[in-house]
Ligand binder design. Sequence first.
Ligand code: 5GW
Ligand code: MN
Length: 343
Amino acid sequence: MYLFFIPGKGRWVKGCFTKHNLYVMSCTIVLCFSLSYFWNMSNGTWQNTPVKMYNTMRMTYKNPELLKPPRNDVLMVTPWLAPIIWDGTYNLEILNEQFRQRNVTTGLAVFAIKKYVVFLKKFLETAEMYFMVGHKVNYYIFTDRPQDVPEVALREGRKVVVLQIQNYSRWQEICLRRMEVMNHFSQQLFINEVSYLVSADIDMRFNDEVGVEILSDLFGTIHPGFYAAERRSFTYERRPASQAYVPHDEGDFYYAGAFFGGTVKEIYKLTKKCHEGIMMDKKNGIEAVWQEESHLNKYFIYHKPTKVLSPEYVWDDNLGRPNILRKRRFLAVPKNHAAIRNK
Ligand code: 5GW
Ligand code: MN
């Protein structure tokens, strides 16, 4: 007759367990929850990095979920609680005030080796229109052709520093050596002149505001080609022989090598680690699939950025203009690969 247990009438719980049993069971449950709580909390504390992270990332991965179009005034964060910067997720007035009070100078480091000097003019002109307007900026231009650096009118508190470096015959080497050069100059120059350093590709132009909302201890930009992609299709280095190797069950975002930055101290650490990986690869006769970008992506998995920039900060119009993009702030300049590369 009694197919279902009816609360109140049956003697399901009380009948099966004594009072003592129930007492022991509830104590055990409470103990388990407390232990797992403390275990979770302690996980972040052993990390020797200012960037707090949760080591449970492998389990909690939900990348495309994070990237729903932003709504006004909605703060979007990564699972380790770094803000994801889209238009409308920050108050620039307040931030400008804060950074003005600290009298912050930002360094913008770019490489223009061989024919890539042709990109300098547009890059600098548009940076003067949109990059850190109202703040102090030092442009650091690494080039083998200092005489080809154009004169561009600069606003007050901004200057260009030309740094001559050697040319490398292989283009892969030019890209890879950026880490070594930036590491060297972080220690020798940037540390004395700027608070934050931003590294950018030169084959780009600014097209909308890029301001102090990007500044943080360590920040990276979601690569425009992969913001909606699944983790398994990220183009990390997949060969275990490389120092940039990332297994299929790790990684949060695929970051662009074309725009990243942080405090000089953090950039020093980042470029040091990446350069060491690159040198070790060279010794072992292997080169990561996307050169320095692969090493950067590996680094960001174990040193989580404190801010993540949306693809507004590195866009390529070849990818169209999806609705989620309200601003295209930093755009790839189309290049004729055959003509521009080498020679
Ligand atoms: C040349 C041939 C192939 C690839 C790169 C180069 C190259 C890169 C060069 O001849 N000179 C140079 O200064 N670069 C620097 O490396 C530029 O700052 C450039 O923005 C950066 C990355 O190379 P890109 O922009 O050609 O790479 P993608 O992935 O944006 O096409
Ligand atoms: Mn580029």
